[in-house]
Design a protein around this ligand. Sequence first.
Ligand SMILES: [Zn+2]
Ligand SMILES: [Zn+2]
Length: 275
Amino acid sequence: MKQTNFHTHTWRCNHANGSDEEYVLEAIENDFEILGFADHCCWKYDSGFVPWIRMKEQEFPHYKSSIMNLKKKYAKDINIRLGMEAEYFPDKMDWMLDFCIDEDIDYLIFGNHYYQSDETGIYYGSIEPEYVQSYFDSCIEGMRTGMYAYLAHPELIMRNKYLGWNETVEIGFHRICQTAKELDMPLEYNVLGMMYNERYKVDAYPNSRFWKIASQYKNKAIIGMDSHQPFDLNKTNYMKALDNLSKYNVEIIDDIKRVDYLAIKAKKALNNLEF
Ligand SMILES: [Zn+2]
Ligand SMILES: [Zn+2]
């Protein structure tokens, strides 16, 4: 199995450090064969909202050129891909689809961070109980758009300290695993979360009960480092994640498909669909 990572952030999201090249050098040093950059994506806001946890639209050209240059420069040492981590913001998905086509994005990963949009400020990692159901509903809806290569940190809501395991959570996770199976979509075992769990002695995300459900469905699983610092691309942590994940009855994969955004657009036009 190849050691790969498709979940790498950059300084542009305002909560990650290091140069793009430092991530590449660290990945090579730590034996990664594929490095996918998936920084928090830009969105087009009609409201004039200025996001502070993601790149701005005008920063994207620099993100792309930097990664494409590194891809060329280190072609002999590592396979680099151009991706983004994106939410499912229903009224912005048509814009995102065109953006992925125009910019020739290799893939999006689905990080379901905010309720409807980050303009609402309602973060699923610290939500009020009334939003728990909407987390699951939006996960399923987003997955069904076909725009994402995989679902990142599926158990993000378990970061909520008040939220124990209950029926809503159990049913919600079953729906996620069932939909992932149906769509043949991998689920991410998040290494940044794994380190958080270890540090604070919690079972937030990755969540052991979630992975038991994923085992029932024999889901595909992929390790995502979720690097926000070059040193997060650490081989020891990757191997620990691989070891943890191997205890479950899931199929661990090491590569993702390039998402064909043109085909999604064509299919939508044919069916006259809206997201
Ligand atoms: Zn981040
Ligand atoms: Zn995320």
